[in-house]
Ligand binder design. Sequence first.
Ligand code: 6R9
Length: 658
Amino acid sequence: MVDRNGWGGDRPVLTGSRRSPPPSFVEQANVTDSGIYDEFDANWPDCWERAADLLSWNRPYETVLEDENAPFYRWFTGGQLNAAENCVDRHLEAGRKTHTAIRWEGKHGDRKTYTYRDLYVAINEFAAALRELGVEEDDVVTIYLPMIPELPIAMLACARIGAPHSVVFAGLSADALATRMDAADSEFLVTCDGYYRRGDAFNQKSKADNARLKLAQDVRTVVVDRLGEDLPHVLGDEEFDYHGLREEFAGETVEPVPRDAEDMLFLMYTSGTTGEPKGVVHTTGGYLSHVAWTSHAVLDVKPEDTYWCAADIGWITGHSYIVYGPLALGTTTVMYEGTPDYPDRDRLWEIVDRNAVDIFYTAPTAIRAFMKWGEDYPDRHDLSSLRLLGSVGEPISPRPWNWYYEHVGNGECPVVDTWWQTETGAVTISTLPGIDEMKPGAAGPGLPGIDVRVVDESGEPVEPGESGYLTIARPWPGMVRTLYDGDDRFRAEYWDQFSAPDRGEWWYGSGDAARIDEDGYITVLGRVDDVINVSGRRLSTMEIESAITGVEGVAEAAVVGRSSGTNGTDIQAYVSTEGGYDDQGAVHEAIVDNIEAAIGPIARPTDVLFTPELPKTRSGKIMRRLLEDVANDEELGDTSALRNPEIVGEIQAEIREE
Ligand code: 6R9
C-alpha cells in the first residue's frame, strides 16, 4: 500500500491481540445492542435525542440540530435546562437524598462524604453568596482551586445561577491565571489559602494575589480556608471567606436559573499550537447531554456504582467525568486529592479496595507508572469490585494496555481507550464496552453518530491501514461552539483546513494524526506536529515510541528530532525503565531491534538516553518540545508548567557528560 502521508501506512499496525468483552460484563452493560451504530446513522441527527433524554428539561427543545450557520452549530434549540438541577436536585426528587454524591479522599487520609442532599445544601448556600457578591447571569467566575470538594461545589453553584465558570488548574502560575482572567474579563475569583503538596503546605493565595496585581479589572475573591493553622492568611479588600459566607447564607436556597440549551455552561482554556491559550466555549444542553450519554454508554455508569475518574477537575477530563457526567447520572463519584505514590505506591489500589470502586478511569501516564512500579502493589489489594477500566489523554500502547487489563482488571474488565479533546467536550472515539471487540493500541471506532474520518492533506479519506489527519465530518452535541477570543480564530483553528463550504462540508480538524484499520478502528499517532523528518522520511514520534515501549522492561519513552549535519535530523530517544531492568545495554539493544522490526532501520535512534522520568505537563502529557530543545542545546522555554521541572536539569547534565 502506498504511504501517501509519510506516517507509515505500509508498516504493520502495532496493535496487540484482540479481546472480546467479558460475558460477565456484557450481561449487565448499559448498551449491548450492536444495531446502535446503524440506528444512529439511519436516524441522524435525531439519534442524539437518546442523549438529551438522559436529562431533565424545564422546557423541551424544538430542534435537535440547527446547522444553517455552520460551523456555528446549535443543538437542542428551544430547550431550557439547568445543569446543577440535573446534577443534584432531580436526584433528591427521585428519593435519593441520602445517596453518596461525592466521596472525597484527602491527601493525608482525611475523608469526606457528601450525599446528594449535602451537595444540594452546599451549592444553594454558595450560589446565594455569589449572588450577594454581585455575580449575575452570564458573568464569568474564575475558579482556582485544587482537588477539594469546594471545587465542584463552586462549579455547580455557578451553573445554578447561570454564571459560566472558568476553572484554572491549581498548579498553573500567577501569570497563567492572570492571562485567563484577563482574556475572559472575569471579575470574580474563587481560590483558597493553599494546599498540601507532598506533605508541605503550599501557598495558593499568594499566586492569586500576584495574578490580581496584573489585572486591570477589580476582582472580588472568595477564599476557601483549606489549611487552617498550617497556613494563616489575611483577607484584604474585596476578599471573602468561603466558610463565613456559607454560614451567613446557611439554609438559603436559590431557584436554578433555566438556561437556554445553547447558553454557555463554562469556558475552559487550553493551550494552542501558537501563543495565547484558547478559551473553549461549552454550552449547557449539548455538552451535558453528551457527557451524560458517554458516561452511560462508554463508561457504563449506573446510579448504584462507585465510580472513580482519577484526573484533576482543572482539566476537561475532570469537568466531564468527575463532575458533570457522573453527577448527571446520580452515581457516586470519587474525588482524590493526592498523588498515586503517596504515602505509598499502592495508594490508588487501597482506595479502590476500601470503597469497592466499580469503574476506574485514568491516563496512560499513570498506567505506565504502575507498570514501572510493578504488580506487587495492585496485588496487595482486593480489586475484584472493578467492572470496567478506562484510559484517556494520550495514546496507550499494547504493553501498558495489557498490563492494566491483567494486573488491575484481572482479565475480567473491558478497557475503554477513549479519544477526545477539550474541544470535543466528551468521548468521541472508543469501543462500546458491552458490544465491541477491543484491540490494544487502537482506541476504537467513532462512537455511534460520530463520523470520524482519517484524511490526507487534500481532505480525501485514506485507505484502511494508512494514516493521515484525524477529522470529524459531522457535528456532535458536546462540541466546542466557538472560542471566547473570537469566531475567526475558531474557524481558523478547527475548520479551515478540511472543510469545503461550497459543498456544504464542514469537517472538524482535530490536530491529531491517526491510522484507520479495516474495521474503522483508529490508532492515534499523536499531534500532527509530533512528526520527525529523517532523510526526507516523515516518522511519527508516537510510532517509534510505541516500538520502544513494546520492549520488555521499558516503562516510558519519548522520541524527538535533533538537527545534525548529515541526515538533517537525528532521532534521540529518552527512555525510563521498569524496576529490575538495570542492564541498560541489553534494553538498548532490544529497543533498536524492535524499532528495526516494526518500522525499519531508518527509524533507529542515534542516541538512547536513560532517565528515571520524562518531563510531563501537569495534565500528564510528555513534553516533547522541551526534550527537543534539550537535544538541540537550545534555550529552554518556561518550565514552570511542568509537573517535574527538576528532571530537565538532570537530563541536560547527563547529555553534557556524554
Ligand atoms: C481528554 C483530553 C487532547 C489530546 C488529543 C490527543 C490526546 C486524548 C487520547 C489521546 C490518543 C487517546 N489524547 N485521548 N491520544 N489516545 N485515547 O485529554 O483532552 O487535554 O484537550 O487533550 O490528547 O492528542 O488531541 P485534552
